[in-house]
Design a protein around this ligand. Structure first.
Ligand code: FES
Ligand code: FES
Length: 160
């Protein structure tokens, strides 16, 4: 039986886009393949690594756990949309300052996770940072510098 196409309209990084998808298409594949925003990564496809994290209506969500049709009518921010004026946003800058990335594969999802963490808790302790980022897996940094980067923002009382 042929797949029934569905029309999905989203606002992504400030642009309104309409895409026709199959009902089974995942949001992460719409973002990467249909819209060409490849900063959102696929690490596990099983909701464990956090590499695919985006913000849907301001909330961090693993986009491999969401069907594209479920995102119809929402506003999405991907890593390409966080910097606004073209420079780094403050979470990205803190990662750079504290050498918080090595291969960088996890970094987009990690940045989205940190933004969410700081929205919920502007001044997290180290324990709260580690707990808050438990859903984002980095296979190469050992997390130490990532935690230091987040602490540098927490100590300033910044809210992402
Ligand atoms: S690819 Fe989505 S959590 Fe790993
Ligand atoms: S920097 Fe390589 S997986 Fe995190």
């Amino acid at each position: 039986m042929p797949a029934v196409p569905h029309e999905v309209t989203i606002e992504i990084n400030g642009s309104r886009r309409t895409v026709t998808v199959e009902a089974r298409r995942l949001l992460v594949h719409l973002i990467r393949e249909d819209l060409g925003l490849t900063g959102t990564h696929v690490g596990c496809d099983t909701s464990q690594c956090g590499a695919c994290t985006v913000e849907i209506d301001g909330q961090a969500v693993k986009s491999c756990t969401v069907l594209a049709v479920m995102a119809d009518g929402t506003s999405i921010t991907t890593i390409e949309g966080v910097a606004g004026g073209g420079g780094l946003d403050r979470v990205q800058a803190a990662f750079q300052d504290h050498h918080a990335l090595q291969c960088g594969f996890c970094t987009p999802g990690m940045v989205m996770g940190v933004r969410n963490l700081l929205k919920e808790n502007a001044n997290p302790s180290e324990r709260e940072i580690r707990h808050g980022l438990a859903g984002n897996i980095c296979r190469c940094t050992g997390y130490h510098n990532i935690v230091r980067a987040v602490e540098s923002l927490a100590s300033k009382g910044d809210v992402a």
